[in-house]
Design a protein around this ligand. Structure first.
Ligand code: FAD
Ligand code: NAP
Ligand code: SF4
Length: 679
């Protein structure tokens, strides 16, 4: 029987056919903004097309300067740029794929001074107040869209996607939240949709019938002043009538306070809405957001909720996603875990996107896993993210690799991380590496704490010390009191925890500990969709304007204090695009967060602190220490020892063993891969 028969079925659009129902959704990689990066961009898309994806949508390209997301962002408004884009389209076509260019006008989300919108209303996430477009400005914008689409056709694209969701310009015109106009472009939904509809009509007139026009439509705005479902349907029907070929779906403006793509959002959360829209129109509808494995994608299609599935970040994580699914190798897929750490967090920091679990993403021409010139014997000590990455890449390059870990299971700290509510996806990375170790033939020695002498004696050419970290135990009076626990004890369920708890350290693990201790055990993990929706106040039926309902106020299962010595806001160092979600969860559960704390002592009464010059007693049952880590690298010889023993193997340290400060799995995995390519 065919694997994933719905997902892998072709989609016939009449004038053209897509080879399957898998679409790689638009992502801003940072490579599209500079002409000299188009070779790298072409290599990035080529690998995904070779991996079998049916349709690719590029990152957003602006039709004019006022539409820039960032100053001098990717723009297609004159003939000269066509040549760069041809490199991209040629690469995809040579691999049998099809590609659309996304036209994105950022409107008031532009992080630059030329911004325009429907009205002069500043967005809460950009410092620049927009200028309201005049009637002539609107006409010019429509012309710019049409010209941009024609240039895209000249560059060889199979079509364009018009970005109409996520709170960008067209969404700003579509919603009363940002459209305060009283002319024919504002007021009723017919007026508010006029810009989107005119743009589609003008593009269609410019490019002819045999060119895909996809429109990304906001099915749930998730902001006050968002559209009703009736509005959403009316717009969709008008867009179909205007000449749209495929309707893609979008959920939540960037300024929304409801998460829509982070790892704690249940898989496929919004697909039901795409299904509801599909029953209203007669053109194909695409489901998107938090779909990251072929099973979910297949189920959505089988249920009739969509004609196509858009996955964006999963194609950063694994270029071969589709081929693996088609060949019955879904267990080899490197799953996107929804962490945003190397993709969106980079994009929003103006850095090139990549992927935590796949550091080659957007670096295809720079980080190459080529066959080794000379096969070497490699020992990797530590099967955490750093060691797993080093071992599998080294083996993939053809080396003879043995991987040791003192534990009985691989994963290191990542295995502990997956106990945190909302981080269940981290399990997928461990599953991926388990399989990858098998495929690449790495010899796995679990439950073995190997010594340096042994490694030297065994005659390895290269030894990789990836032994990670040891948990820091801060020198606080009473730190050995029975009520003090480390985060490892708690997350590994080795110790009961009371109802009143102080957490020392408000870094990533302190926040995770908060979510772990607040989890209501009546709700199994991962959270069911309805429980998640009630927690965040989301109406997944789309029956309220913008899809918002009052969020359920939980009865906190514990009283928590989250403490740090720094005077900055707790959680300031969390991920740019996910930190707010963690802060919101803790705030909703009444966690007391204190900065500028001095820890005086711990005793039977609890934790004594001084904060703001005032001594306080937190009468807690337990104190959980999440105060960071120090490197564990005793296997690593000193410089002198290495110099004195020229016959020893070459020793390397990576991940936590190299540097514990600001360590995360992104750095650990990247360092492992980079080192392995140098053997
Ligand atoms: P480790 O994961 O510590 O692995 C080291 C391995 O070496 C261990 O398996 C250990 O058993 C083994 N070892 C040590 N000594 C020896 C020896 N002598 N012989 C044999 N084996 C040995 N990171 C993120 O990027 N994003 C997150 O959201 C995130 N959340 C986290 C949440 C929690 C609760 C925790 C605990 C961590 C989280 N992290 C997160 C951090 C991430 O897990 C670490 O950065 C990463 O695991 C470090 O990888 P590593 O390989 O360097 O070390
Ligand atoms: P961390 O982010 O460095 O936080 C350590 C915390 O401990 C800080 O709040 C620090 O604040 C406090 N601390 C440090 N030394 C202390 C001492 N001597 N006494 C008392 N408090 C002390 O480290 P982490 O939370 O352990 O996380 C480890 C790594 O995992 C992080 O680097 C992070 O990147 C990664 N991680 C990421 C995520 C994510 O969601 N992206 C989640 C979890 C973990 P003060 O010094 O101000 O007191
Ligand atoms: Fe997915 Fe994280 Fe990779 Fe982004 S960085 S693609 S969210 S796994």
């Amino acid at each position: 029987m065919t694997n994933y028969p719905h997902l892998l079925a072709p989609l016939d659009l009449g004038f053209t056919k897509l080879r399957n129902r898998v679409m790689m959704g638009s992502m801003h990689t940072g490579l599209e903004d500079r002409f000299y990066h188009y070779g790298k961009l072409a290599a990035f898309y080529r690998e995904r097309a070779r991996g079998g994806v049916g349709l690719i949508v590029t990152g957003g390209i602006s039709p004019n300067r006022s539409g820039w997301l960032l100053p001098f962002g990717g723009t297609l408004n004159f003939k000269g740029d066509v040549l760069n884009h041809r490199r991209v389209t040629r690469a995809v076509h040579e691999e049998g794929g099809k590609i659309l260019m996304q036209i994105l006008h950022a409107g008031r989300y532009g992080y630059q001074p030329l911004v325009v919108s429907a009205s002069e209303k500043k967005s809460p996430i950009s410092p620049f107040k927009p200028r309201a477009l005049t009637e002539a400005g609107i006409e010019a914008t429509i012309r710019d869209y049409a010209r941009c689409a024609r240039l895209a056709r000249d560059a060889g694209y199979d079509g364009v996607e018009v970005m109409g969701s996520e709170g960008y310009l067209l969404n700003q015109f579509l919603c009363a939240r940002t459209n305060l106009r009283t002319d024919r472009w504002g007021g009723s939904i017919e007026n508010r949709m006029r810009l989107s509809v005119e743009i589609v009509k003008r593009i269609r007139a410019e490019v002819g019938q045999n060119f895909i026009i996809m429109y990304r439509h906001s099915l749930l705005d998730l902001v006050e002043g968002g559209n009703t479902w009736e509005d959403v349907v009316a717009v969709a029907k008008a867009l179909q009538h205007a000449g749209v070929t495929i309707l893609n779906s979008g959920y939540g403006w960037h300024e929304a306070r409801v998460p829509t793509i982070v790892t704690s959002v249940p898989r496929g959360a919004f697909a039901g809405l795409a299904g509801r829209l599909r029953r209203e129109v007669s053109i194909p509808v695409v489901a998107s957001n938090r779909i990251n494995m072929p099973n979910e994608a297949e189920d959505i299609l089988r249920r009739g909720d969509a004609d196509m599935i858009s996955m964006a970040r999963p194609f950063l994580a694994d270029a071969d996603f589709v081929n693996k699914a088609a060949q019955g190798r879904a267990d080899e897929i490197n799953t996107c875990i929804g962490c945003n750490q190397a993709c969106l967090d980079h994009t929003f920091s103006n850095k090139r996107a990549s992927c935590l679990v796949n550091p080659r993403a957007c670096h295809e021409t720079e980080l190459v896993y080529a066959p080794a010139q000379k096969k070497r014997r490699v020992a990797v000590v530590g099967a955490g993210p750093a060691g797993l990455s080093a071992a599998t890449v080294a083996a993939e390059c053809g080396h003879d690799v043995t991987l040791f870990d003192g534990n009985e299971q691989i994963g290191g700290q990542f295995r502990i991380a997956m106990q945190v509510p909302g981080k269940e996806e981290f399990r997928e990375t461990i599953r991926y590496f388990e399989r990858k170790l098998e495929i690449t033939g790495v010899k796995l020695r679990l439950g073995v704490r190997v010594s340096r002498e042994q490694l030297i004696q065994d005659g390895y050419d290269e030894v990789v010390v990836a032994t990670g970290i040891k948990v820091r135990r801060p020198p606080i009076q009473g730190i050995d009191h029975a009520k003090v626990l480390s985060y490892v004890d708690v997350l590994q369920n080795k110790a009961p925890v009371g109802k009143r708890v102080a957490i020392i350290g408000a870094g990533g693990i302190g926040f995770d500990m908060g979510e772990y201790l607040l989890h209501d055990s009546r709700h199994p993990l991962p959270l069911a969709l309805d429980v998640w929706a009630r927690e965040w106040g989301v109406d997944l039926q789309g029956n309220t304007a913008g899809g918002l309902t009052p969020a359920e106020q939980p009865e906190p299962v514990r009283q928590l204090y989250l403490l740090q010595r720094k005077t900055s806001k707790p959680g300031a160092g969390l991920g740019k695009t996910s930190g707010w979600v963690h802060r919101a969860v803790l705030a909703r559960n009444g966690v007391v967060m204190l900065s500028g704390v001095q820890y005086d002592r711990i005793d039977d009464q609890g934790l004594h602190i001084t904060v703001g010059g005032e001594q306080r007693l937190l009468s807690v049952d337990n104190v959980v220490v999440c105060a960071g880590q120090d490197s564990l690298n005793e296997l690593m010889p000193s410089e002198e020892e290495i110099k004195g023993h020229p016959g020893w193997p070459r020793f390397h340290k990576i991940g936590g063993a190299a540097l514990a400060a600001e360590l995360d799995a992104k750095r650990a995995i990247r360092e492992g891969a980079e080192l392995a390519t140098r053997f």
